[in-house]
Design a protein around this ligand. Structure first.
Ligand code: NAG
Ligand code: NAG
Ligand code: NAG
Ligand code: NAG
Ligand code: NAG
Ligand code: NAG
Length: 420
């Protein structure tokens, strides 16, 4: 079976994939309607574990502070251990100026979750929630104040009451997997929808006695993930990467928002290794955008079979992630290695994006994603320095953007032993 499918894929790849897009669309969905944001709990395969979460990251460019929060569900397979099953609410802070970083989680039983209308979600009777108002606007809220429900916390945040109530208005969003969602479903690999990766936000975040009223110069990043299994493999390169660069414009329509993600996992049916790479590049002030998508699988190294390689307005050329400057990270959950420097290069024949991220250990939180029988670690940093260069090659080569910012975000996530 495997053999014939591989033959098919090789023939398919050679015959049809000169531009590597047929039979797929050349782009994802720009500003996806709420249907694509739906909670897929009822679509989960009962013999496998399932997770899904909604994640938000607020950048207040006047305060220089980052807050992130998420509502996540972890459901075990029918026969699996129910130890990690539940609803997890996470909040984290990165405040580089005051040298402060922490995260705090509360856990609730799955029965405390209710939902309707795609992603109108309530946990513990509206204590936490998400409410889509239109396809382009949402409300989120929550209060972490119950010691009985604390699941994990760092930086002395266990005693801090934390709450948020935010109104969100989408500027740019993109879902790059609408036409491969069923393939991801077959393998149970992780999906990713950046449905509102650049959005206006207003409201209040309260941490202990400190109240932050978000300044008009704030933005919120909204995404969601779901799947059955996390990336796994024999080395630390079997990991996911996440990269966020935002240059607020004079008006929201002039924002430059770049969101990129990669994931590499091993031992799927057909492929020993598989990689997926997705990015949306919105250059509001230049009136350009490009979505990039790449999925490839290795049966034997070094040459992959390219399954999908598209660019929305041109020919896909490259999507590469390089990680260096490894640091031995250590906390109460154990040891890990994280790359303090990451270089991301994405190219079509008309638009090239190069991003060099330089981080320091104090900017990281280890976010945790509990699954049936393990906890996945995701090292997330904000306030990261990034040199971004964007060039266009349409006849002549032209530099469109060449800037260094100190408020980029990134993640490096992989499966390592967690002593919980
Ligand atoms: C959201 O978009 C969908 C698809 O375009 C449309 O059918 C629906 O009416 C929209 N919903 C609202 C509340 O505007
Ligand atoms: C937590 O509080 C203790 C006691 O006040 C203090 O020594 C420690 O530095 C604090 N830890 C963090 C990470 O803020
Ligand atoms: C796949 O699984 C086999 C057998 O468990 C193992 O030997 C091999 O190293 C795995 N491959 C990868 C890339 O993890
Ligand atoms: C893609 O870009 C990386 C980084 O610049 C480079 O090392 C690699 O050779 C490129 N790959 C292709 C196929 O051009
Ligand atoms: C990090 O840990 C690894 C494995 O334990 C070790 O080989 C390496 O020397 C350490 N690196 C640094 C910079 O301490
Ligand atoms: C490339 O240049 C041509 C001629 O100036 C123009 O019509 C076209 O829109 C440009 N394409 C892109 C992707 O910028």
């Amino acid at each position: 079976m495997k053999f014939f499918l591989i033959i098919f894929l090789v023939i398919f790849s050679v015959t049809f994939c000169q531009t590597k897009d047929w039979p797929f669309a050349n782009d994802g969905i720009f500003n996806p309607p709420t249907y694509y944001e739906r909670l897929r709990l009822s679509e989960a395969v009962s013999t496998r574990p399932f997770y899904q979460w909604y994640y938000y990251a607020v950048s207040d460019y006047d305060l220089g502070v980052e807050f992130a929060m998420s509502i996540g569900v972890s459901k075990s397979s029918e026969s699996g251990s129910k130890k990690n099953e539940g609803v997890y609410i996470m909040f984290c802070l990165v405040d580089p100026k005051n040298d402060k970083t922490f995260e705090k989680f509360e856990k609730y039983p799955l029965d405390d979750l209710s939902f309707s209308h795609d992603f109108d979600i309530s946990v513990d009777n509206q204590k936490f929630g998400i409410h889509p108002i239109t396809n382009n606007s949402y409300k989120i809220w929550g209060t972490l104040n119950d010691p009985q429900h604390i699941w994990y916390s760092t930086g002395n945040s266990s005693d801090l009451d934390i709450s948020w109530s935010l109104n969100i208005q989408r500027i740019y969003g993109w879902y790059g997997q609408q036409d491969i969602e069923s393939l991801a479903y077959i393998w149970g690999i992780i999906d990713w929808n950046t449905y509102s990766h650049d959005s206006l936000v207003s409201g209040v975040v309260t941490i202990g006695s400190k109240q932050y009223t978000l300044s008009p110069n704030s933005r919120i990043y909204c995404d969601m993930n779901w799947g059955d299994y996390f990336p796994v493999g024999p080395t630390k390169e079997f990991a996911w990467g996440w990269y966020k660069v935002l240059l607020p414009g004079k008006t929201p329509a002039e924002d430059v928002s770049i969101i990129a993600g990669s994931g590499v996992t091993s031992n799927l049916t057909l492929f020993d290794t598989m990689g997926g790479y997705f990015a949306d590049v919105e250059l509001g002030k230049l009136g350009k955008r490009e979505g990039y998508r790449l999925a490839e699988g290795w049966v034997t190294t070094p040459d992959p079979i390219v399954l999908l390689a598209t660019a929305s307005n041109g020919v896909f050329k490259n999507f590469s992630v390089e990680r260096t400057n490894w640091f031995n990270y250590s906390d109460d959950l154990g040891q890990a290695q994280i790359p303090l420097t990451q270089y991301v290069y994405i190219a079509s024949d008309t638009l090239q994006v190069s991003m060099t991220f330089q981080s320091t250990p104090e900017l990281y939180n280890r976010l945790l994603f509990p699954q049936e029988d393990y906890i996945f670690s995701d090292f997330e940093a904000f306030g990261v320095t990034c040199h971004i260069v964007i060039t266009s090659t349409n006849g002549t080569t032209k530099t469109l953007i060449d800037e260094v910012i100190d408020d980029a975000g990134l993640e490096f996530g992989y499966k390592i032993p967690v002593h919980f």
